[in-house]
Design a protein around this ligand. Sequence first.
Ligand code: FEO
Length: 390
Amino acid sequence: MNKRAITEGVFLLGAVDWNRRLFDALIPLPDGTSYNAYLIRGSAATALIDTADPAKQHVLMDQLKDIARVDYLIANHAEQDHSGSLPQVAEKYPQAKIIATPKCKGMLVDLLQIAEERIQAVEDGQTISLGNKTLEFMYTPWVHWPETMCTYLKEAQILFSCDFFGSHYATTDLFVKNQTIVYEAAKRYYAEIMMPFRLVVRKNLDKVMARDIKMIAPSHGPIYDDPAFIMDAYADWVSEDVKNEVVLPYISMHGSTEAMVQYLTGALAERGVKTLLFDLAATDLGKLAIALVDAATMVVGTPTVHIGPHPAVFYAAHLANALRPKLRFASIIGSYGWSSKAIERITELIPNLKVEILPPVMCRGYPRENDFRALEALAETIAQKHAALS
Ligand code: FEO
């Protein structure tokens, strides 16, 4: 695809990666992604913001073939999906200065082996003039790494936000057309890479919301010409509010844990509590991450394997701990054949979750009447705890 104009003197470059299905060898990308770069032509100078993943470098270089001069190469973020083509772009424009935060400068040197003297570190709030256009650099750490910044084009009031507000969503739409689809893609991205830094993200959100912003141009997914849509969504995600929901990742080997999970789900529904079930034998972990953004409670369901929880549950509990969602309560249900340390092992896996642990229910063999009564009691406790939050 060729470069496309967004507004006077501002163009979208980069590539849509329709077929990428995994990011960082970890994060599922069911809808592909894009690596957006932006060319800004002022009356006196030209800047390029971000580049593209090395896998799509040829697309970006082709878009730049008719651009004779670029004066500034802005690196909002050092991760290679945005900076990976920077060495080749910098080689094409040997007079161009690379602009980055001081932390990003160090990372570009370490990760891409770019010569230090090519990179100019900028302060928070520093500006550069392109003649009739002005770029201001705003430090926004932890969206997604500690070195990240946004670039604000003052005259057009466009925020170039890199990962912040981004969505892994492959589309030819220049601007967001379907907010429902982009909402889910952006929430998945927030959950997977920014939720662990929620409080810092909230500060960054307040910082950028203090500006007049007509458009948000992220480096993944379509551009927001209605920026309130994504800023309101972020405000909700980073808030202290939790929803009357239980996230229930589980796995079952011979049906005992499945029976308990289904019983608890019904008992919660009868009390007006929504449950989101994730069978870890088949689930997209990105969906689980999305559910963790809002839920008040997580209940983990596991059979016992070699005394401890099932390895899939181990992984899911570790992931939840790493993502640090704003959960308030947690519990464990499941089964065992002769003995189990599943409760102890899972509890040890989630030290980052500042949750109250509600009484677990582990049954020996297939659940009996007393086990179902215990699940009924757990559902009642969860419903009461949730009611007390509102
Ligand atoms: Fe899209 Fe943190 O890179």
